[in-house]
Design a binder for this molecule. Structure first.
Ligand code: NAP
Length: 501
């Protein structure tokens, strides 16, 4: 690592960090590093390798428009294929030399007189310095076992969905699965094929909608290879198709009932037993929690070796799971598909901004930012997947691409104009967030269910209340009126920038 000040430090080597690196390079900015705590690239797609791991957004849309892939094998891809796409992009754009693996960032502190961020890295006494920082650590990066009474007493094998143990052989085993969210509905159909028995512990049934997955024909691939405009047209079609779904999924409207009708029809078609159907019927508005897109989940639940348990978990015992009515369900292995430690309050790492302000304190009751990418008082720092940037109906990659393009423009401005600080104005940030929170009151996410989108107090710091088109549009230009731009003082020593390779 260089001891000179870098132009950009990117924290996180997942989809967002890699996308930011590509766009910086395309803009001619090469003086950056990607600090990655792991030993490989790919972020959530490197970590989530559970059986059945896939994306429920069509690959044509779950990819960057600046790195199209004509070769997607199916409408929806599995995690291996997505990771392959990320690796191929990294190679194609020559990002290898920019990566610093095993670099866990433990803190960021802004040195205001110098206009530089000091970056503390685990195990290193010295601090890395960078003029700008892209915080691309991802919201779904930290997974841990849930806080269920007695979990430490379990004598069998414990697996978290995001840290799969590929050495564990499920053949002939009694398996318990805790959770019925987006990860669980992909895992359960695979487990029933392998294990002797699978008991699924459901706390809240979700809305399940069909997902029609088709193989891409060689002819279509060839067409996309030869005529990139056709590929881009297909992407657009998927984009606007998903945009139209927002009317029933983002806002609680009469169309939400249509989405629920589709969900109920799927339940009626796939589940004949009225009692099981009742147990699987959601009691919240569709969209309030993430929709579950799968054709395989309900059939898997009805296989002979699978059983749905809806009694609340009282505790985990040495031999299995005890439910509230006093039954102990014995298990050799418990799979926790219980989600991630998503920080809706606080920050993933300590961040100290101008005048010693601490971002975690400002975000203690819920995170906020300007257009989800910049926070007042923390100049030259840009976030991907920051507060209120989550999509409920469209591809996360569309939102990510808009953030990346915005922040590369802002970083370009800082470097080209030799700014010491580009700090978003507090008044602009406050009025933006007041609008966000007002608009969120009419959304399905704020309609009364419990989800990882909300804080304990019900504050929604996660989702963007609108169409993806609106989100992308607002990030199209960096309006310097929204910022306080402070040039490097005349006569002050220039920031020391060095090329990194
Ligand atoms: P999740 O959506 O947070 O679901 C966690 C599940 O575990 C829920 O059913 C939850 O029940 C249950 N649970 C949590 N703690 C529990 C406890 N102490 N006792 C009993 N049950 C408990 O997590 P996830 O399924 O891993 O998905 C997280 C996010 O990852 C998704 O929202 C999505 O953004 C992303 N994801 C995407 C895909 C994709 O295809 N694109 C696939 C997988 C994941 P409650 O509902 O009652 O809280």
């Amino acid at each position: 690592m260089t001891d000179k000040t870098l132009a950009v430090a990117i924290i996180g080597g997942g989809f967002a960090g890699i996308g930011a690196a590509i766009r910086l390079k395309q803009k001619g900015i090469r003086d950056f590093v990607i600090l990655e705590r792991g030993t490989a690239i790919g972020g959530t797609w490197r970590d989530n390798t559970y059986p059945g791991a896939a994306c429920d957004i069509p690959s044509r849309l779950y990819s960057y428009s600046f790195a199209p892939n004509p070769d997607w094998s199916h409408t929806y891809s599995g995690s291996n294929e997505i990771l392959g796409y990320i690796e191929a992009m990294t190679a194609e754009f020559g990002l290898g030399p920019h990566f610093r693996f095993g670099h866990t960032v433990t803190g960021l502190e802004f040195d205001e007189p110098a206009g530089e961020w000091e970056i503390a890295i685990d195990g290193r006494a010295d601090r890395l310095r960078a003029r700008t920082v892209v915080l691309a650590s991802g919201p779904l990066a930290n997974a841990g076992f849930p806080d269920i009474r007695g979990i430490e007493t379990f004598e069998g094998h414990k697996i978290h969905s995001a840290r799969w143990d590929h050495d564990y052989d499920f053949t002939g085993k009694r398996v318990a699965v805790v959770g019925t969210g987006a990860s669980a509905v992909q895992i359960i159909p695979e487990l029933v094929d392998r294990a002797a028995s699978v008991k699924v512990f459901q706390r809240t049934p979700g809305w399940v909608l069909p997902r029609v997955n088709r193989r891409t024909s060689p002819l279509t691939k060839e067409l996309y290879r030869r005529v990139p405009a056709a590929e881009s047209l297909a992407r657009r079609a998927w984009f606007y198709g998903h945009e139209s779904v927002a009317l029933g999924v983002v806002w609680n409207t009469p169309l939400t009932r249509v989405v629920e009708l589709v969900g109920r029809a799927q339940l009626r078609r796939q589940v004949k037993d009225p009692w099981l159907r009742r147990q699987l019927t959601p009691e919240f508005r569709a969209g309030c929690k993430r929709l579950l897109m799968t054709d395989d989940y309900y059939p898997a639940l009805q296989r002979e070796n699978c059983k749905l348990i809806t009694w609340p978990i009282a505790r985990i015992a040495p031999q299995g799971i005890r439910t509230a009515e006093g039954v102990e369900h014995q298990a050799d292995c418990i799979v926790f598909a219980t989600g991630f430690d998503v920080s809706k309050t606080g920050t993933p790492i300590p961040v100290i901004g101008r005048d010693g302000r601490v971002l975690a304190e400002e975000w203690a009751r819920g995170a906020f930012a300007y257009k989800s990418v910049a926070v007042s008082g923390y100049p030259n720092l840009f976030l991907t997947f920051g507060p209120n940037s989550g999509p409920g109906h469209n591809s996360a990659l569309v939102y990510m691409e808009a953030q990346i393009d915005y922040l590369t423009r802002a970083i370009g401005t800082i470097l080209d104009r030799d700014l010491r600080m580009l700090d978003v104005r507090r008044d602009r940030q406050d009025s933006y967030n007041a609008t966000m929170q007002r608009r969120l009151t009419g959304t399905t996410w704020n309609s009364g269910c419990r989800s990882w989108y909300l804080t304990e107090d019900g504050f929604n710091a996660t989702m963007y209340p609108g169409f993806a088109t609106q989100y992308v549009h607002q990030l199209r230009t960096v309006n310097l009126d929204d910022y306080t731009a402070v040039p490097v003082a005349a006569g002050a020593p220039k920031p020391r920038i060095a090329a990194v390779s």
